[in-house]
Ligand binder design. Structure first.
Ligand code: F3S
Length: 64
């Protein structure tokens, strides 16, 4: 299982992740961030979600 987060330094605020996955991401100050709460995805789901970001700013969160 994988957890995801937004690399806010890399996010350009395109909003695709928030449009497609509003339960997972929200906009904050022109950039996306992951919503609070533990969310885990299968690696397949994780890859699909990561692929919506054109600049690769959705990354795996291995800290939590
Ligand atoms: Fe930012 Fe990528 Fe989402 S640019 S708003 S993390 S799709």
């Amino acid at each position: 299982m994988v957890k995801l987060k937004v690399d806010r330094g890399r996010c350009i605020g395109c909003g695709s992740c928030v449009s497609l996955y509003p339960d997972i991401f929200e906009m904050d100050g022109g950039r996306a961030k992951e919503r609070d709460g533990e969310k885990e995805f299968s690696s397949e789901e994780g890859e699909e979600i990561k692929s919506v970001c054109p600049v690769g700013a959705i990354i795996e969160n291995n800290d939590k």
